[in-house]
Structures are given as C-alpha cells and as structure tokens.
Ligand binder design. Structure first.
Ligand SMILES: *[C@@H]1O[C@H](CO)[C@@H](O)[C@H](O)[C@H]1NC(C)=O
Length: 259
C-alpha cells in the first residue's frame, strides 16, 4: 500500500519534470578492479546537474564525498569525477547522491596492491546474456588463467579470457582468477538479474527510490501524451480568446447596445 502511493508520487513527480530521474553510476574504464596507480572516472549518468549530484563512497576510512580528499571534477558537466592515482584505500562502495538525498545504483570498487585483476561487468548481467571475464596481470601477459566461482575452480583458459554463455541466476556469485606466475586477483561479486517479461523480479532487488521498470518504460509515452494535451489546451484557449475578440469587434462595428 505504502509502496504504491510512493510509486504514484514518483510517477507524478517524473511527469511534472518530464524526465525519469534515474541516476546511474558508471566507471570508465568499465571494470570494478584496478591496480594501484591507475586512472579512473566516475560518471553520474541521466542526472539533472542542477540537483547537485555528487559521488559518495564508503571505504574502510568511512563515508565521504567526492572532493573531500579524493576525486576531482573531470569536466565542467558537474557529473563526472576522476581519481588519477588509485590507492588500495580507494577500495569501497561508490554511488551518486543528489542534494535531496536521491541515490543511484552502487558499485563495488577494488584497488589491489597485487599484480592480477579480474575484469568483470560493473553492472548486473541480464539473464540469458553472455558473460566474459578476463584475467589481467601487471605487466600484461598472455599466460593461462584459472577462474574460480565461490572458491571452486571452474575452468583454466589458455588465453586468460572466459565466456559463460546464456547466464542464469545460478551463475551469480563471487568470482576470482589466478595466473600461476603472478598471483591471484581480489574477488568480485557478479549479479545476474532476471528479464522482467519472463520472471517476476522481486521489488526488493531494485533500490527503494527508483521507479519500477514498467513505470519507467511507460513514462516517455505518458509524458508525450501530457504534452500533446497541454498544447491542444493552449491552442483551444487561444482560439477562444480570438473568437471573443472578433465578437467584440463585430459588436463595436454594429454599435449594438449589448456589447
Ligand atoms: C559503510 O560500511 C560499513 C562497513 O562495511 C557498514 O557497516 C556501514 O553500514 C556502511 N555505511 C553505509 C551508509 O553504507
């Protein structure tokens, strides 16, 4: 009950602003593991910059905001920040947050002092899609890599890349890789999300402040309808005003007493 009224409120708010204010945090380069000393950008996408968005993080040193000792604006857009020399202490959870407290998805970022990283998708993988994992050493090599899920070996690949075809929920888990002469990567959690049309997605998997998928899909259509309605209303009003003006003019010409 409470949720539907909240969704309705969100729907109305989005309708008024004619935008689905669904912020999304992405990382460039698109991976969640980094070596120390690398460069990365954190980008808040689909945000209204006037809402004062910023990137927040929760690390072992606690909660902090971009600009407070880490992260510099990377352009004038006000929605992208860079870390130009990653440190182990940058490891943590990152998300975008507006001045009003609206939040985006969050991303787990790991910076390792070791010499192996696992390259995996930052955002959840859709059920049925392919998932490609790469094991990268520093300096880069073409050595075979072993891939592990939840502590057990899945495969050893001579190229250092592994692709899982048509992933399902059971592929969700904690992945890691190793290159024998270099060492092991840190673990990364990979989540798999269901397709909304085939399986019911539990509402708890989406953040509480983002509208449901159906809602966001319908939003542009409803927005357009409302716009068309508004424009016709304005046109109708204008015609009405013009009509009454013409009527008045006719009256004056005829010099009728009832004008
Ligand atoms: C930050 O991380 C700590 C440790 O994992 C956790 O206990 C705490 O709830 C987190 N805070 C927020 C706001 O996410």
């Amino acid at each position: 009950m409470k949720e539907t009224s909240l969704q309705r409120l969100l729907f109305l708010t989005s309708l008024l602003s004619c935008s689905s204010d669904q912020a999304r945090l992405t990382i460039s380069p698109s991976r969640s593991q980094f070596f120390e000393g690398e460069f990365l950008s954190l980008i808040c996408e689909d945000v209204n910059s006037s809402a004062g968005w910023t990137v927040r993080r929760n690390t072992t040193k606690g909660l902090s905001e971009s600009g407070a000792g880490w992260g510099k604006p990377s352009d004038s857009s006000g929605s992208s920040w860079k870390i130009s020399d990653t440190r182990k202490s940058d490891t943590g959870v990152y998300w975008c947050e507006s001045r009003e407290g609206a939040t985006s998805n969050s991303i787990n970022l790991t910076v390792t002092g070791g010499s192996v990283i696992l390259q995996s998708p930052v955002l959840p993988v859709m059920e049925g899609d392919d998932l490609t994992l790469s094991c990268q050493s520093k300096p880069p090599s073409n050595l075979p890599a072993a891939f592990y899920k939840d502590g057990s070996l899945i495969r050893t690949e001579s190229t250092g890349h592994m692709t899982l075809h048509h992933v399902s929920r059971s592929d969700e888990g904690l992945y890691r890789c190793s290159i024998s002469s270099h060492g092991e990567s840190p673990p990364s959690w990979i989540s798999v999300t269901g397709k909304p049309s085939t399986t019911a997605v539990p509402t708890s998997t989406s953040p509480p402040d983002s509208p449901s998928p159906l809602l966001s899909a319908l939003l542009p259509v409803v927005c357009l309808l409302v716009l068309v309605l508004l424009v016709s209303l304005v046109l109708l009003l204008r015609r009405h005003v013009r009509k009454s003006k013409a009527f008045k003019q006719a009256c004056e010409v005829l010099n009728a007493g009832f004008c």
